[in-house]
Design a protein around this ligand. Structure first.
Ligand code: FMN
Length: 190
């Protein structure tokens, strides 16, 4: 028996993105954002509430960074989604994490997160619930520890967190179990 649930954001898993910005005084801020994803090969799309300090910073600097949160830093990642830079000036310092300036855009790279996309603002579209931010990926900066022997990112080394928006939980990513563009190949031959 099937059941209608009505309007529910019903995609699983969602990513756990760490959006890094600078404010007007060059202070680092990071927010946790699950409603975001790759739009095209070089574009990233983020859904942001209207009152986020991060949104104000993006409007100011026209740039931001997006890192993938990892298991080791679940406490800090969750904190970045609970506290706001609007009323906690030392939000980033409290996390104990470290930042360096991106060489490509006016945004910080958080050193402890292994993979960061450095982005320029392309467009802000205001919608009823906030803003849809589109960014252009200018560069992807990684810690070498997440690279495989072929020099590409090895997803299993990221230990990335994923978000369950039904149960409001973070999950660990499991093992790869089938090859894409391959698992269905047999059916193309029928
Ligand atoms: C798991 C998780 C996912 C979140 N996803 C989003 C999101 O997609 N968009 C958004 O605007 N806020 C999201 N938030 C809430 C913001 O991270 C939160 O409002 C934060 O305080 C904003 O920080 P800032 O004001 O310093 O930018 C999320 C929070 C958590 C814990």
């Amino acid at each position: 028996m099937r059941k209608d649930l009505g309007v529910v954001p019903a995609v699983f898993p969602m990513p756990v993105l760490m959006v890094g910005t600078y404010d007007e005084n060059g202070k680092v801020n990071v927010m946790n954002l699950a409603w975001g994803n790759i739009g095209t090969r070089e574009r990233i799309v983020l859904n942001m509430g209207p009152d986020r300090k991060t949104l104000a910073n993006i409007r100011l600097k026209k740039a931001f960074s997006v890192a993938l949160a990892d298991e080791k830093h679940v406490k800090e990642a969750d904190f970045f989604g609970m506290a706001t830079g609007n009323n906690m000036p030392d939000k980033f310092e409290r996390s104990g994490l470290h930042a360096v300036k991106s060489e490509h855009v006016d945004a910080p790279i958080i050193e402890e997160f292994p993979l960061t996309m450095e982005c320029e603002l392309v467009e802000e579209r205001q919608v009823a619930e906030g803003s849809i931010i589109t960014g252009k990926i200018i560069n992807v900066n990684v810690d070498e520890s997440v690279l495989g022997e072929n020099g590409k990112v090895d997803a299993s080394k990221l230990h990335a967190l994923v978000f369950d928006q039904f149960g409001m939980s973070y999950y660990k990513v499991g093992e790869p179990f089938a090859k894409a563009w391959n698992a269905g190949a047999e059916l193309t031959k029928k």
